[in-house]
Design a protein around this ligand. Structure first.
Ligand code: TTP
Ligand code: MG
Length: 613
């Protein structure tokens, strides 16, 4: 361990058959039945009773009914219940951290950095009586916590101590600081898992290690209702001299564990990057001529084969993956991931989302009347969502009659669309680009006295339609998606009694502040109001995004088909690199996770990947 920083203890939660569990918690009678959650014609997930009887995720409803005729099917198009459950569970876990470092990935995964709690409890260990240890979960009350046996880990380990060679020594706290941290981390993880099950009714699968990458991956080894700790020895350096990864790799369980994975399964290595690495490494041995399309996808490449390929390292990866538009330092980053190195922090829990956006996809949207109608629907959802996420009760202000206040003001309004390419430029790889326009947020949106309908009407007429016209100055468009979002959040002062906290006060005296939010009929030049992170995505910009045109194939009749899956897209999961790829006619492979499903299910699946709060 040549790392500069103290090694962290990170745990990763993945709730078991999440959507199905949400329904089971609403109606416990469902627990003992085979239960499947439907979106479109697909089972997006099913409970373990259904899995035991042969059903699986992303199966066609028609197939599922053949296999388990008495399967209970519930509709999962309304994402509200999943979002709420996800938030509730996240808040529950957050209560247990001291650092506040709890990060959601999508609806059903959570990372926690428990380094501080674990360190604190290591100091409390009585090395003479490890079997009767007590884990203190509350610094201010030494009686709160749980008893545990600190002579070994809770749950499974990798390598599996029961099946590996006799030379594999059990993990004991005497061995190293890392051993202690992992033992304590595993017991704390188990405690959280059981509390989550007992108090909230959700089972989960957990991974325990020293970074996000490893904890997420190692958890997958034992599902469901289980946990796995990646056992020492760990050898890796902290970056910089990347040649050391290979030198010390031999005895490391990190390498042993990662080496068996296909490179596309490593979070952080996107679909296209994985394809390029496969292409490079496999071409060298097989030869590049006459390869069918999708050749790289069908030819897996393990982390080991990539890592040990001649000349492999940051520089070679940079030459394979770098270039215009690529992330800076991509070679070094990916080389780190192949060696189990990931120094990304678990982000602190946010009270306020960094953006809120609502979108819907369409078979075809090609008249202004249709667009206007859709903008109204989306704007209404957006404003309701803003009220839920950004407005709180203001206990202090009962006298003035204003009982609510904005916790944050988004300063930018953004409209994005995804036009379909015309037939002439539609290609087999079907890359769809989003285009966007942004403008400062109009201040009437913050009015809490006026009804939502009136605000929606003004927003559509005064902001969204003018933005839309500038985004599509010429006719002849045909849209597959519209997204409206608010970004650039500015938190209002949280000290009670501070000025400028609610809109009533602002309307009275804060012209200067409001001026900033006034709508002007112009685009924001890059770098003025937007922060760096937003500047990247706000001005007209192309974002590659997975294709959904296969939807058109199964929906006939009205051309103005609106899907009931209108969606809140808050912060996209950070490990997704969405690029587009079409497989054969009936089935498509997801660019982000590799799941294969009928083409028409891809749009819903794509939105699933962009779910987050
Ligand atoms: P997963 O964690 O992939 O699945 P899961 O939690 O249902 O099952 P597991 O026990 O194997 O972890 O996804 C989380 C939820 O996201 C899942 O319950 C349903 C939803 N989902 C979609 O809506 N569309 C999809 O394509 C997939 C894969 C999942
Ligand atoms: Mg899950």
């Amino acid at each position: 361990m040549a790392g500069k920083k103290v090694s962290r203890t990170i745990i990763h939660f993945d709730y078991d058959c999440f959507y199905a569990s949400v329904f089971e918690n609403e109606n416990p009678a469902l627990r003992s039945l085979p239960l499947a959650v439907q979106q479109k014609q697909i089972i997006v997930t099913c409970n373990y009773e259904a899995r035991r009887r042969g059903l699986r995720k992303l199966q066609l409803i028609s197939e599922a009914k053949k296999i388990v005729p008495d399967v209970v099917i519930v509709l999962g198009e309304d994402l509200g219940r999943f979002r709420n459950a996800s938030k509730m569970l996240y808040k529950f876990l957050e209560e247990f951290t001291w650092s506040g470092k709890v990060e959601k990935l999508g609806f059903d995964e959570v990372f926690m950095d428990i380094t501080d709690i674990v360190e604190y409890n290591i100091d409390l260990l009585n090395l003479n009586d490890l079997e009767n240890s007590f884990f203190n979960t509350n610094r201010t009350d030494p009686t709160i916590g749980f008893a545990f046996d600190a002579t070994g880990i809770a749950g499974h380990g990798f390598p599996d101590l029961h099946t590996s060679s006799p030379s594999a020594t059990p993990l004991t706290p005497e061995k190293s600081d890392l051993s202690k941290r992992l033992i304590l981390g595993s017991h704390f993880a188990q405690h959280l898992r059981l509390r989550l099950e007992e108090e909230k009714g959700y089972t989960s699968t957990v991974g325990i290690s020293t970074n996000k990458l490893l904890s997420k991956l190692v958890g997958n080894l034992h599902k469901p209702k289980s946990q796995t700790t990646l056992l020492p020895p760990y050898y890796q350096n902290s970056g910089g001299d990347s040649s050391l990864y290979v030198d010390t790799a031999k005895e490391s369980n990190i390498t042993k564990f990662l080496d068996e994975h296909e490179i596309g399964k490593i979070p952080g290595i996107g679909f296209k990057s994985a394809q390029r690495i496969r292409d490079h490494v496999l071409s060298a041995s097989i030869g590049a001529h006459n390869r069918p399309s999708n050749w790289e996808i069908q030819n897996p490449l393990t982390v080991r084969d990539a890592r040990l390929f001649e000349g492999m390292g940051s520089d070679l990866l940079e030459s394979i993956l770098g270039g215009p538009g690529s992330e800076r330092g991509i070679g070094e980053k990916i080389w780190g991931l192949l060696n189990g190195f990931d120094d990304t922090e678990v982000k602190e829990a946010r009270r306020i989302p960094s953006q809120i956006s609502i979108e819907d996809s369409y078979v075809r949207l090609e008249t202004m009347a249709q667009v206007q109608k859709e903008l109204r629907i989306l704007a209404s959802s957006l404003i309701k969502r803003m009220h839920i996420d950004l407005v709180e009760d203001d206990e202090d202000d009962k006298k003035s009659g204003i009982t609510q206040r904005w916790m944050a003001h988004p300063k930018t309004l953004r409209l994005s669309t995804r036009p379909r390419p015309s037939h002439a430029d539609a290609t087999r790889t079907r890359t769809f680009n989003r285009i966007s326009r942004s403008c400062p947020m109009p201040n009437f949106i913050f009015n809490l006295k006026e009804g939502i309908d009136a605000i929606v009407e003004r927003l559509v007429e005064e902001s969204l339609i003018p933005m839309f016209r500038r985004l599509h100055p010429q006719g002849g468009w045909n849209l597959s998606l519209i997204n409206i979002g608010v970004t650039n959040m500015v938190e209002t002062a949280s000290d009670k009694g501070g000025g400028g906290r609610d809109i009533g006060k602002m309307f009275k005296g804060q012209e200067a502040i409001l001026r900033e939010w006034k709508v002007e009929d112009r685009d924001i030049p890059p770098g003025t109001i937007l922060k760096d992170s937003e500047a990247k995505s706000d001005i007209i910009q192309a974002e590659p995004s997975a294709g959904s045109e296969a939807l058109g194939g199964i929906i006939t009749g009205s051309e103005d088909v609106i899907y009931p899956t209108q969606n809140t897209v808050d912060e996209p999961g950070q490990w997704e690199e969405d690029e587009d790829e079409a497989e054969d006619e009936d089935y498509e492979k997801c660019c982000a996770c590799g799941a294969v499903m009928p083409g028409f299910a891809m749009a819903a699946h794509e939105r699933f990947h962009s779910l987050d709060e």
